[in-house]
Design a protein around this ligand. Structure first.
Ligand SMILES: NC(=O)c1ccc[n+]([C@@H]2O[C@H](COP(=O)([O-])OP(=O)(O)OC[C@H]3O[C@@H](n4cnc5c(N)ncnc54)[C@H](O)[C@@H]3O)[C@@H](O)[C@H]2O)c1
Length: 246
């Protein structure tokens, strides 16, 4: 995929899926802004990006803070002049059965996963409207579509992201801005590493492809949606899940 010269901003880009998305965009020729609440991690990733011969900027931002997000977008525009691609990837889990779920864990997950995507999308839309082009890609989850016991807060946040994707896509489709979501299934990262072996086996049994996904599988879908090949695709949810949801 050739995305030479495009400016991309990835939230939660310090590790895991976000980091692979950052590197894949850089390998396709994008200059990449690596944003994360973990500044050291963002810096390390940005250093790797620069070794690939494109420009990079590491920024510390908590996506659930309107002030942080506003500063993140301003700094990016100041440095690169525009943002062509925004990937809303930052996300967390705080799993528990609903009956035991603490209100603060509900609020935290909704605030980072859903409000974070709202704030970043809202802030980037104005410059994208001015430049009359842009791509926003929201990293949702299959559990936002099918639900998951023990993840009521996370599933609600990801279902909300899908609603946000479709509504925002309708609002800006006429301005040549495409907004899509990706719904990964079980992807091997730090987020899933800590799960018990029996839980992993149960997941595996329900995946028709009989293999877990990799961050690269998600990054591949991002590259497609970020490219001109997807210019006529908006408001969609692309499942990257080995057939888990169909
Ligand atoms: N791993 C999976 O199986 C899977 C499946 C479906 C969807 N997802 C989604 O993919 C995305 C990335 O997941 P991952 O597995 O790479 O997770 P991860 O925990 O490995 O990485 C998440 C990144 O987000 C950052 N982050 C956390 N809170 C933040 C905040 N408030 N502001 C900015 N950055 C913040 C973290 O520092 C970290 O770098 C998440 O949105 C997750 O919900 C993951």
């Amino acid at each position: 995929m050739d995305l030479s010269g495009k400016i991309a901003l990835v939230t939660g880009g310090a590790r895991g899926i976000g980091q692979r998305i950052v590197l894949a965009l850089a390998e396709s020729g994008c200059h990449v802004i690596v944003s994360d609440i973990d500044f050291e991690g963002a810096k390390q990733t940005a250093d790797v990006v620069q070794q690939k011969g494109v420009k990079s900027l590491a920024l510390q931002a908590d996506v659930s803070s309107a002030d942080d997000v506003s500063a993140m977008i301003d700094k990016s525009i100041e440095m690169f002049g525009r943002i062509d691609i925004l990937v809303n990837n930052a996300g967390i889990t705080r799993d528990n059965l609903l009956i035991r779920m603490k209100e603060e864990d509900w609020d935290l997950v909704l605030r980072i996963n859903l409000k974070g995507a709202f704030l970043c999308t809202k802030q980037v839309i104005r410059p994208m409207m001015k430049q009359r082009s842009g791509k926003v890609i929201n990293i949702a989850s299959v559990v936002g579509v099918m639900g998951n016991a023990g993840q009521a807060n996370y599933s609600a946040s990801k279902a909300g992201m899908i609603g946000l994707t479709k509504s925002a896509a309708k609002e800006v489709a006429g301005k040549n801005i495409q907004i899509n979501a990706i719904a990964p299934g079980f992807i091997q990262t730090e987020m899933t590493d800590h799960l018990r072996e029996d839980v992993k086996e149960t997941y595996m049994a329900s995946i028709p492809a009989k293999v877990f996904g990799t961050p690269q599988d998600v990054a591949n879908a991002v590259l497609f949606l970020a490219s001109p090949m997807a210019d006529y695709i908006t408001g969609q949810v692309v499942h990257v899940d080995g057939g888990l949801v169909m």
